[in-house]
Design a protein around this ligand. Structure first.
Ligand SMILES: Nc1nc2c(ncn2[C@@H]2O[C@H](COP(=O)(O)OP(=O)(O)O)[C@@H](O)[C@H]2O)c(=O)[nH]1
Ligand SMILES: [Mg+2]
Length: 323
């Protein structure tokens, strides 16, 4: 049996096993998940969340590892949530990640978690968000959320961060790709990693051109910085930009607005989810099935069916006396 009070006590005291277990509850859609998250909510809001996104192989994990070291040296605790179906931190095939993460894995001040991406695409952004909430409630100072910037779900996740960093590499056309993939829209700043490679300066220049065309909205102009994450070069500069963006957000109130918008999204999701479950009861599914043969024969329209189902739901609610 799940004892909620015990979970809250152990998570908020930073118990690593409790953190792991609670994230698993979220991942596996445990019925108690909402109650647990509700009880943890008052303890959240202190951590700073940084999204690290970009194409596969750009060096996101390497950069995250380096940044982790940087913040550990400052005495901060760090959480890493990796949402990357192509390179899970666990799962044998990608030993590389694990090796590079080793020094962090051994450090009690660092918590690393991969989110299962298979079969949970719809809820992935919510689950990642809640996993970050759990780390936040556990008292972790800096939370990095690594995602591969390929799909909408990953972009959604990146947008739940307080600061979103997009990592690119010098390979030709990468900046154009980034624009197409919607990364330009979400970046608070860019990192051109693998600056040890050919074409780094050119890539930076072409991205700068694009950035200049984009008028600075709300007083913050995204810039681009070069790194060689593998050697730790430029990593201090990235940390410096993160902290500048944070200061900017605090000073202008935009951080609060961003967090507020995020919470509004969260509430809407909760409402949608609950209404959805409530509405699609067996009796409404029955109406749906009853309509189907008439709809396929063009006797009724899908719109008739939708109206009938909503009408049925409304009447049931009235009867239940809840309106
Ligand atoms: N040449 C070069 N290689 C790098 C650099 N940073 C990371 N790599 C390598 O690029 C590969 C992918 O890195 P990884 O961090 O796993 O990329 P991710 O998929 O974006 O997380 C690894 O083999 C890294 O060692 C860099 O600055 N320069
Ligand atoms: Mg990675």
């Amino acid at each position: 049996m799940i004892n909620i009070k015990e979970i809250i006590d152990s998570v908020t005291s930073g118990d690593r096993r409790a953190i792991a277990r609670t994230i698993t509850y979220i991942e596996n859609d445990y019925p108690e998940a909402d109650r647990i998250m509700g009880a943890l909510f008052p303890y959240t809001g202190k951590a700073y969340r940084v999204g690290i996104t970009g194409p596969p192989g750009a060096g996101k994990s390497t950069l995250t590892t380096r940044l982790t070291r940087f913040y550990r040296n400052e005495g901060k605790t760090v959480g890493i949530i990796a949402v990357d179906p192509t390179s899970p931190f666990t799962g044998g095939a990608l030993l590389g990640d694990r090796v590079r993460m080793t020094d962090s894995v051994l450090d009690e001040g660092v918590y690393i978690r991969s989110m299962a991406t298979r079969g949970s695409l719809g809820g992935l952004s919510r689950k990642t968000y809640e996993a970050a909430d759990i780390l936040d409630a556990a008292g972790i100072d800096m939370i990095f959320i690594e995602t591969v910037g390929v799909g909408q779900s990953e972009l959604d996740i990146a947008q739940t961060a307080d600061t979103t960093v997009v990592v690119l590499v010098p390979e030709s056309g990468d900046s154009i790709q980034a624009m197409k993939a919607g990364l330009m829209e979400i970046a608070d700043f860019f990192v051109l990693n693998k600056a040890d490679r050919e074409g780094a300066d050119q890539a930076v220049m072409s991205i700068q051109v694009i950035l200049q065309l984009k008028a600075a909205s709300n007083g913050w102009s995204p810039e681009i910085i070069q790194t060689v994450a593998q050697e730790g070069k430029g990593v201090d500069g990235v940390a410096e930009l993160i902290s500048r963006h944070r200061e900017f957000g605090l000073k202008t109130g935009q951080l609060k607005i961003r967090r507020q918008n995020r919470l509004m999204e969260r509430i809407k999701e909760l409402v949608d989810l609950r209404l959805h479950v409530d509405l699609w009861s067996p009796e409404r599914l029955e109406i749906l099935e009853r309509f189907a043969p008439d709809v396929i024969e063009r006797v009724k329209t899908p719109y008739d069916a939708a109206v009938a189902i909503i009408e049925h739901y409304r009447r049931a609610r009235v009867r239940a006396g809840s309106y």
